[in-house]
Design a protein around this ligand. Structure first.
Ligand code: NAP
Length: 446
């Protein structure tokens, strides 16, 4: 891959890049099938991604007609890589085996290693014979919705497709590697004013937050809506806050430290709750929720914004869902995409039906939503939430940081990019968008 690295860094033209010989192998972050039981008996928090994530030299797979090889300049850590690396709730090899049974091309994925990663920026190296819109040399970011376009169920909203998958989680050849194999309909233009690592961190979380809040497939936020955002400086929350502010809504951000609260204020969020300082105990014990604590939380929210939130942006799951359903306004919507603290959730149904509230499930985004969310980044209306950068060899440590909630926003991993700060094609646009805004999370994390 070294010659690709050099050609890209030196700004080689697309024809030149397309003429370079492909290597037989590349380096990628993998988990191994023969290690899926390595954490047996340990609590979740003791399962250590630094032990299970390896950087191995793996073979370059064949390319299907509707796919592209992309040289990955940088990737990003998402929570799904944490799940893969601690083999929870299931080892991801089951997903790969199922894909392997689906077709001859699918069979490539069922291997004894899983190259992980669901976010990347990079350069197209080769395209399959059926690819029309992309060429070698194109600078791209990759979204993670992996869709079988021959399945009729994929042709309304592709997130409703019966066999919809997440690239680098439910498929192999993911983005925390020097090279990745993706379907052409995962490609999107790289924002020209961002470095490789700034460009790499957005697609998954920005698109997910966009669908949850902005899209009519999610909560379809309106101007003036009050939106309660859990984890408001986290991977999803850092984009959710921007979507709410852009859309004329009122964000109420919940975080767990004074530093994070300060970062939210810097981002323009006036209503902030430090959940740790407030000391909420929504669960009196493992089996019992405490409604008095829901009420205390709801009162705190009202005191800040004058009313109950129209929308609650949910993802912590078991720890917070009861409080979210309670605090949501009469007729409001709790939109949820995850359950970091546990997926068997509990809420008081009386608060849901008597007050005509809705719980809406949401998962990533279809190509259109991901494209529109990426356009907001390209225009500088939404900016990256990059707070730290690691080398590919330190991918385990990067995943550990996210697993233990030691980070803010997003963490990038340099793959082929030899250093930070490369890949900026439009410094004038960067200046217009504003260095301060683009690096807000980075400066804060430093
Ligand atoms: P993240 O970067 O770790 O941020 C999550 C934030 O949630 C943390 O910063 C933390 O903020 C807050 N949090 C964690 N545990 C909490 C708890 N028990 N109570 C209240 N707040 C808590 O992760 P992320 O990238 O935002 O992802 C969050 C979840 O969504 C993960 O489970 C991930 O797998 C999932 N996800 C799903 C999709 C999808 O398409 N379905 C897409 C992206 C992510 P504070 O400590 O500051 O409060």
């Amino acid at each position: 891959m070294e010659q690709f690295r050099q050609a890209i860094v030196q700004g080689a033209a697309g024809e030149e890049i397309g003429a370079l010989a492909l290597p037989e192998t590349y380096r990628g972050a993998v988990v191994r099938r023969d290690e899926v039981d390595m954490f047996a008996g340990l609590a979740s928090g003791d399962k250590d991604p630094r032990k299970s994530l390896h950087v191995d030299e793996v073979p370059v797979p064949d390319l299907a007609p509707d796919e592209a090889y992309v040289a990955v300049m940088a990737g990003a850590i998402n929570f799904n890589t944490v799940w893969t690396s601690i083999f929870e709730p299931l080892p991801t090899f089951g997903f790969l085996d199922r894909l392997g049974r689906e077709s001859a091309w699918g069979a490539r994925h069922a291997l004894d290693y899983h190259v992980v990663g669901s976010d990347s920026s990079g350069v197209v190296l080769r395209v399959g014979s059926a690819v029309r819109n992309w060429r070698p040399g194109d600078r791209v970011v990759i979204h993670c919705n992996y869709v079988d376009d021959q399945d009729p169920s994929a042709h309304d909203d592709s997130m409703l497709a019966a066999n919809q998958r997440i690239w680098g989680f439910e498929t192999n050849f993911g983005g925390l590697a020097e090279l990745t194999v993706v379907k052409a309909n995962q490609l999107m233009p790289k924002p020209t004013y961002l470095s490789w690592e700034e460009a790499a961190v957005n697609a998954l979380c920005n698109s997910t937050s966009y669908r949850m809040l902005v899209s009519r497939n999610g909560a379809a936020m309106a101007q003036g809506d009050r939106v309660l955002i859990w984890g408001a400086t986290g991977g999803l929350g850092g984009y959710a806050v921007q979507h709410v502010l852009n859309g004329g809504g009122v964000p109420i951000g919940v975080v767990s430290s004074a530093e994070k609260a300060e970062l939210l204020h810097d981002l323009g969020v006036e209503a902030v709750i430090d959940r740790r300082a407030a000391g909420y105990r929504f669960w009196a014990d493992e089996h019992t929720q405490d409604e008095a604590e829901w009420r205390r939380f709801g009162k705190d929210v009202r005191a800040l914004i004058g009313d109950d939130p129209d929308i609650v942006f949910e993802h912590p799951g078991r720890q917070t869902m009861g409080a979210s359903v309670f605090a949501c306004r009469r007729g409001g919507t709790v939109v949820t995409c995850a359950a970091t603290s546990g997926y068997m959730i509990e809420y008081d149904n009386r608060h849901l039906w008597m007050k005509l509230k809705t719980i809406k499930g949401s998962h990533f985004a279809n190509y259109r939503e991901a494209w529109d969310a990426n356009q907001l980044i390209c225009q500088g209306r939404v900016v990256p939430t990059l707070s730290a950068v690691y080398d590919l060899d330190a991918v385990g440590e990067a995943a550990y940081q996210v697993h233990h909630n030691l980070h803010e926003g997003k963490i990038a991993v340099l793959c082929l990019a030899p250093e930070e700060g490369l890949g900026i094609d439009d410094p004038e646009l960067r200046a217009r968008v504003g260095e301060e805004r683009i690096t807000a999370f980075r400066r804060h994390g430093a």
